[in-house]
Write a protein that binds this ligand. Structure first.
Ligand SMILES: Nc1nc2c(c(=O)[nH]1)N[C@H]1C(S)=C(S)[C@@H](COP(=O)(O)O)O[C@H]1N2
Ligand SMILES: [Mo]
Length: 390
């Protein structure tokens, strides 16, 4: 051994072992295994539902999101936000339980162990980033310079890579430990008694449940009354429906709306330009559909207006074309939204003129907004003034 390595080893031997400070018996393999299993489930469900939301908003050729059942996206996105919320106490508890392992010596036992430890950075870093940015997003608070959906999306892939590696590394230990305990060789060893373990895990589960119940009422209405931490009350807003983007903040004025016409352009037999009176003179159709915001709130309402497919027929558009709907709003990522052929063909896809029996409020998109079944709120464009075909 070189003199330098010798000295380094001497220092390491003398250094106090930070692991010794962790006296609680809850730094226990079985507790870690139980929390890890719960997190494996919540993160996988959260990841899958997040991917669904991503491909709906960023359509790819090989996947068509159905327009039915009408409330499916409301459900998947509610589950996305709820599993993310439930994961917060689970992650805090898990990091605390395994904390002694971070100080374990030798820090790297083998090449494989080194890789396993390195991959904790994307896993833990990614998870913390996802939970923090996701939570702030549900409160519509963006104290950062990056574009939330992209950053959240890429962090999810980084995290899931780390998660798969971690599950690969820990599956056998977790399985053994949960089945019969691991008094001999577990990495933290089994220190907790059965009752300590049950008490601790029960408390963490209660915390995760309470946080979920306290927020899920923004989309699951029966729990509205107890959801004290929910960022949104789904019943509060003009015409009983919340507003995300007001007309004022979108710089849409009453004068603009009054001067509005709706144009149907592109690959059609005849381009159209319709006034509100023209639209009102067409057959009106009514549908009860939710607005399901990606941020996790949702609210159902009764909408009335012209079927998009009737309008396309009037313009002589061939069925099966992709559309883009555009808004009066001048500058915004959400001033336009793609409409796939299956959505355009749905009998409940409306250019709505009325909400809950009244003309749309300006904040809800007066004179005309898109409302379609099974669709993220962000794609339900308000103040629609153009239907571009093909
Ligand atoms: N033109 C336009 N339409 C829009 C938006 C927008 O910013 N601009 N926001 C969308 C979002 S994020 C949601 S959730 C729904 C419902 O929001 P609202 O309650 O503000 O109508 O409208 C959508 N339509
Ligand atoms: Mo939204």
């Amino acid at each position: 051994m070189t003199a330098l390595a010798d000295r380094a080893k001497g220092l390491a031997d003398r250094a106090p072992d930070p692991g010794e400070h962790y006296r609680s018996s809850l730094h226990d393999t079985r507790v870690a295994a139980a929390l890890g299993t719960a997190l494996g489930v919540t993160f996988t469900v959260c990841f899958a539902t997040g991917l669904i939301s991503h491909v709906i908003q960023n359509p790819v050729g090989w996947f068509t999101w159905p327009s039915r059942p009408a409330g499916l996206y409301r459900f998947t996105q509610g589950v996305h936000v709820a599993t993310g919320m439930a994961s917060i106490p689970l992650v805090v508890a898990k990091l605390w339980v395994v904390a002694p392992r971070f100080w374990a010596r030798p820090a790297v036992r083998s090449a494989a162990h080194g890789v396993e430890r390195l991959l904790l950075f994307p896993l833990v870093g990614g998870a913390v980033f996802l939970l923090v940015s996701g939570t702030l997003n549900t409160f519509k608070w963006y104290p950062w310079a990056f574009f939330f959906p992209h950053a959240h999306y890429w962090a999810a892939w980084i995290m899931i890579g780390g998660l798969i590696a971690h599950i690969g590394a820990k599956a056998a230990l977790t399985w053994r430990s949960l089945r019969r305990g691991d008094p001999t060789g577990g990495e933290l060893a089994d220190r907790a008694s059965g009752s300590e373990r049950r008490w601790f895990l029960g408390s963490v589960a209660a915390g995760a449940g309470a946080l979920t119940v306290a927020t899920v009422g923004q989309t699951f209405h029966p729990l509205r009354g107890v959801s004290v931490l929910a960022p949104r009350d789904p019943d509060v807003g003009p015409q009983g429906i919340p507003i995300n983007r007001t007309a004022r903040s979108a710089r849409v004025t009453q004068e603009m709306a009054d001067a509005w016409t709706l144009r149907v352009t592109g690959r059609v037999d005849r381009e159209l330009e319709l006034t509100l009176a023209d639209l009102q003179a067409l057959p009106q159709h009514q549908a009860t559909l939710p607005i399901a915001c990606v941020e996790g709130w949702s609210a159902s309402a009764t909408w009335r207006g012209v079927r998009l497919r009737d309008l396309l027929e009037l313009a002589g558009a061939q069925p099966g074309q992709h559309l883009r709907l555009q808004s009066l709003q001048a500058r915004s990522l959400y001033r336009s939204s793609p409409v796939a052929p299956n959505v355009a063909a749905d009998r409940d896809t409306l250019l709505a003129l009325e909400l809950n029996g009244e003309p749309l409020a300006l904040d809800h998109g007066y004179p005309c907004r898109l409302i379609a079944p099974n669709r993220p709120g962000v794609l339900q464009t308000k103040w629609v003034n153009r239907v571009q075909v093909g």
